[in-house]
Design a protein. Structure first.
Lengths: 328, 261
């Protein structure tokens, strides 16, 4: 059943979403294994614990968190694979776990570490299969397919058996196959995992282009901050199944970066360890790490004490920030 | 209709897949020829001592063997590979791809795979059947032919339902591959009419693993010894099993998606 949704209403609405799993607990060793045959002990793990957010049409949002934070569980609930343990969930106005055809026709799920193409056949044959499953009209199917093949520049590869392709080439084919039905909502779980930098960039550019041309809403998880920086203005950070941050990517750094980096350039080498933690020193170029709150005061002191020719204050790299957030 | 359309597309892809491995065709051919020879020798041995077995004459038993080979080919070509793939998908989490498609998931997981070389057995089974029919003579008319086809279809439905239920167990117990060997062992018993076995085994072969309905009953239809009551029973059992399998599958899916937790 589809609710009536005004066009400007959120594409994805998640309210107090919860999901727990019963996982078997067992100590190591044979004796414990035998004991667990008789009495299985389980422990409840709260994978998702009260997550709420909304996504507007056409938004590309990065979904960040360490392994086990609940990212994949959330994506699986959003795509109808898992039933929520609690809370409310709507995607395009549908209740995902009912897995209605009209809903499934408008979404896609890409998992970077698993593939759905026919291994021994050229990708073109797998695309035909997608056409049959989604019942796509032949001419529009062909147009979409050729458009994607052009965008990803894989014209020479689509007629080679998939098993002979590189990991990155295979991922390109996976993406084409997953988008042939022009879904409105994309759930991308680590789409660039294991790929080299160039290939990551191509995949990213393709996702951005798809979003631009078709106005699709994208939810992306990735371990590569470069993916997130390139594609997402907004990030949702979850940790231990709860939303830690939801907002602009730049705000994440503001909010969580406890340190600033001060770059100082001088004509002569000087020892600056009295001002802060020296990260690098090369001749007269020194980079310091200082607590964020004291950055302004320390900068003023350095400028007063030393013959500085140039000085910069920088945010730490986003990877470091994320790492700090999750370390807490 | 959507079932046939999808099945056609997967059949096409499956055929293309297997055509790359032509050697498999010859391996299958040899395997089938050996199995056929062993079967015929066994039959010959039995009838060198007696002229009938539990009321079945030699050509009639040849018909049973023909149905057994034919049905076995169908199981190995379509039912078994699909169900094995389903087990793999549950283990590896790739079932998610099937579940996010706008198509009935049961239909999808039942038509994805085909081992075309196994269809060699369908052909061999049909040839053995044809020889048996010629030997049996004029007693096989078009009426028997139609009832035979219906009985065969019902048998196929029962075996499929049985397999689907067996495979759905993988939603709870992830490693179930051993069950394949178990099934093959039981199915081998269907080479002979179930009537020759002791009562408890007949029960097992009829109602636990529906080999009797899949092989003996169609053969009975062909040899004119099937009454409409048995055919009606077969239809009822096939319908019941299909519905039950659908139910078990759905409950299994609920387990997979954590709806029951």
């Amino acid at each position: 059943m589809k609710d009536i949704v005004p066009t400007d209403s959120p594409v994805i609405r998640v309210d107090e979403l919860r999901k727990s799993f019963q996982v078997p607990v067992r100590e190591a060793g044979l004796a414990a294994s035998v004991r667990s045959l008789v009495r299985r002990q389980t422990r409840e793990v709260r994978a998702v614990d009260g997550v709420s957010f909304t996504l507007a049409p056409g938004e590309v949002v990065g979904f960040l968190g360490p392994n086990g934070a609940g990212k994949t569980t959330t994506l699986k609930m959003l795509s109808g694979l898992l039933h929520p343990g609690g809370g409310e969930l709507r995607v395009l106005g549908y209740v995902p776990q009912r897995r209605e055809r009209d809903f499934l026709r408008q979404i896609t799920l890409v998992m970077g570490n698993r593939n759905q193409l026919q291994w021994d056949l050229p990708a073109l044959d797998s695309f035909e299969l997608q056409r049959a499953i989604y019942r796509l009209p032949a001419d529009s199917f062909r147009r979409t397919r050729d458009e994607f093949i052009d965008l990803l520049e894989v014209g020479a590869l689509v007629s080679k058996p998939v098993r002979n392709l590189s990991l990155g080439e295979r991922m390109k084919m996976e993406l084409i196959g997953a988008l042939l039905h022009l879904p409105q909502v994309l759930f991308l779980d680590e789409p660039t995992i294991g790929l080299d930098v160039t290939m990551q960039r191509r995949i990213r550019a393709f996702i951005a282009e798809y979003n631009r041309r078709h106005g699709a809403t994208v939810m992306l998880t990735s371990h590569y901050m470069a993916d997130v920086e390139a594609l997402c203005k907004r990030v949702i950070v979850i940790h231990h199944g709860q939303v830690l941050y939801d907002g602009a990517l730049s705000g994440l750094v503001d909010r969580f970066a406890a340190y600033r980096q001060i770059g100082v350039a001088m004509a002569e080498p000087h020892d600056l360890s009295a001002y802060g933690e020296v990260i690098s020193a090369e001749g007269g170029r020194v980079t310091l790490r200082v607590p964020r709150a004291e950055a302004a005061r320390i900068t003023a002191r350095i400028l007063a004490d030393l013959p500085v020719s140039d000085l910069t204050i920088e945010e730490p790299p986003i990877d470091d920030v994320i790492e700090q957030v999750f370390a807490t | 209709m959507s079932l046939l359309r999808l099945a056609y597309h997967f059949f096409r892809v499956g055929a293309m897949n297997e055509l790359q491995y032509r050697v498999n065709f010859f391996v299958q051919l040899i395997q089938s020829a050996v199995a056929l020879a062993v079967g015929l020798i066994g039959l010959g041995l039995v009838f060198s001592h007696t002229s009938e077995l539990a009321g079945w004459s030699q050509p009639e038993l040849l018909a049973v063997m023909g149905v057994h080979i034919l049905m076995g080919g169908f199981i190995q070509a379509i039912i078994q590979p699909n169900m094995l793939r389903l087990m793999d998908d549950v283990q590896q989490g790739t079932l998610d791809f099937a579940l996010t498609k706008p198509e009935d998931a049961q239909v999808l997981v039942s038509v994805r795979e085909i081992r075309i070389w196994q269809l060699v057995n369908v052909v061999i089974g049909a040839v053995v059947l044809a020889v048996a029919i010629i030997q049996i003579g004029e007693r096989v008319g078009p009426g028997e032919g139609i009832i035979f086809a219906i009985a065969l279809l019902l048998g196929g439905i029962m075996i499929y339902s049985f397999w689907l239920m067996l495979t759905s167990v993988s939603f709870w117990v992830v490693r179930v591959n051993e069950m394949v060997n178990l099934f093959e062992g039981v199915y081998a018993a269907g080479r002979w009419p179930v009537g020759i076995y002791p009562g408890w085994l007949q029960g097992l072969l009829t109602f636990i693993v529906p080999v009797a309905f899949a092989v003996t009953v169609p053969a009975e239809a062909l040899t004119g010894r099937l009454n409409l009551l048995t055919l009606g029973l077969a239809a009822a059992v096939a319908t019941g099993l299909l519905l039950l399998a659908r139910l078990v599958w759905r409950v299994g899916l609920r387990q997979y998606s954590g709806a029951s937790a």
